[in-house]
Design a binder for this molecule. Structure first.
Ligand code: NDP
Length: 333
């Protein structure tokens, strides 16, 4: 049997387990020109929440009764397609299924084991890493001595955004919603300061940890955190807007107060979507792989085992359970 995770109900507000169903499907067959894949790691991502809605935002919504689709690392089990051989490791946008078939190998990217482990292609060598790079370095343009503030700093993107800014010579401050995460940021990920946004007054925390003001705010969460960052921005600050997770489960738009600071402090506030930057992935991987080999980047992957646990893994990631990149391991590497 081939277990798959289907979307069966559109969430209103927070996603709950009743939105998903586990289905035992038929074994997929490898026809002429096809590649048959065994999934190994499924990526859980905040943007999947948006794709569960009826209307499309920047990517089409999932269809009810169909599997969730995200980036997946898989092994080729059988190939009737030129360019792919049994045992190859690949990644691509695949269904949340134990096994799947891809016609003509379309959209599959080969994994080069010389660069890193297979799971890395969904984390530090994949989309979260490139997102951190584009936001923190290309849009943030941190200069030595700048203060860079990263929200959701212990997450898949945040952990790397902070470390890339640190490598550029900045002083890096992170916030996260759990004392374990705050300790990890300070003690292992090399952040200069970190605080738990759930238990502090944000203005007090930013006054304490960013006494000269914020030069770069890497926004993963939006909402009241963005409002606070606007109040503490320096003139000429850069605000790469990566995500606004505080609003993804909201049933109404609460708005952002204090936007006048964008004008008065000449803030460059730039939204970006990583799909527009995928052509940069090979160069990014070539840059970062040596740092990985030398142990110069600290990053955490949080593995949940079993495809039947994928819905809970996704819900838990949105609620802040995981340090670093949460993956669902479906089969052994
Ligand atoms: P994370 O690994 O950071 O996981 C999400 C985290 O968000 C949770 O662990 C939780 O951590 C935090 N969170 C949840 N609700 C809130 C809230 N109300 N206020 C503050 N924090 C909250 O996910 P990713 O690293 O994959 O993604 C981070 C952000 O980047 C998301 O907004 C995502 O949509 C965005 N993104 C954007 C991309 C783009 O192309 N622009 C590409 C990839 C990601 P905590 O315990 O700290 O609350």
């Amino acid at each position: 049997m081939n277990q798959r995770v289907l979307l069966v109900k559109r969430p209103v507000g927070w996603v709950d387990p009743s939105c998903f169903a586990l289905q035992n499907g038929d074994e997929p067959q490898c026809g002429a020109g096809d590649v048959l894949l065994q999934s190994i790691y499924l990526s859980t991502d905040p943007y999947l929440r948006g794709r569960m809605n009826e209307g499309a935002s920047y990517a089409p919504g999932f269809e009810l009764g169909h599997p969730i689709v995200s980036r997946v690392v898989a092994r080729v089990v059988q190939s009737r397609c030129e360019g792919f051989a049994e045992g190859d490791l690949v990644w691509g946008f695949l269904e949340w299924a134990e096994r799947s078939v891809v016609a003509g190998g379309a959209g599959l990217h080969r994994i080069d084991p010389a660069l890193g482990r297979a799971s890395h292609f969904l984390s530090v060598l994949g989309m979260p890493g490139l997102t951190a790079w584009v936001g923190a370095i290309e849009l943030g343009r941190p200069a030595p001595g700048d203060t860079v503030y990263v929200s959701s700093a212990a997450g898949a993107v945040g952990q790397l955004a902070g470390q890339f800014a640190k490598r550029a010579g900045a002083r890096v401050v992170g916030s996260a919603g759990d004392p374990r995460k705050v300790a990890w940021l300070r003690e292992q990920a090399g952040f200069d300061a970190a605080f738990n946004y759930r238990i502090v007054d944000l203005d007090d925390a930013l006054r304490e940890h960013c006494p000269a003001g914020i030069d770069v705010y890497f926004d993963n969460v939006g909402g009241r955190t963005l409002e606070a960052a606007l109040r503490h921005a320096r003139v000429g600050a850069r605000f790469p807007v990566c995500g606004m997770i505080s609003a993804y489960n909201a049933t109404h738009d609460e708005g952002i107060r204090g936007l006048q600071a964008v004008l008065t402090r000449r803030i460059a506030m730039t939204g970006f979507i990583i799909y527009d930057h995928v052509h940069k992935l090979p160069a990014y991987q070539a840059r970062v792989a040596p740092w990985l080999r030398r142990g110069e980047l600290v990053f955490h992957e949080d593995l949940v085992t079993g495809i039947e646990n994928a819905p809970a893994a996704l819900i838990g990631m949105m609620r802040g359970e995981a340090i670093g990149k949460r993956l669902v391991q479906v089969a052994a590497e």
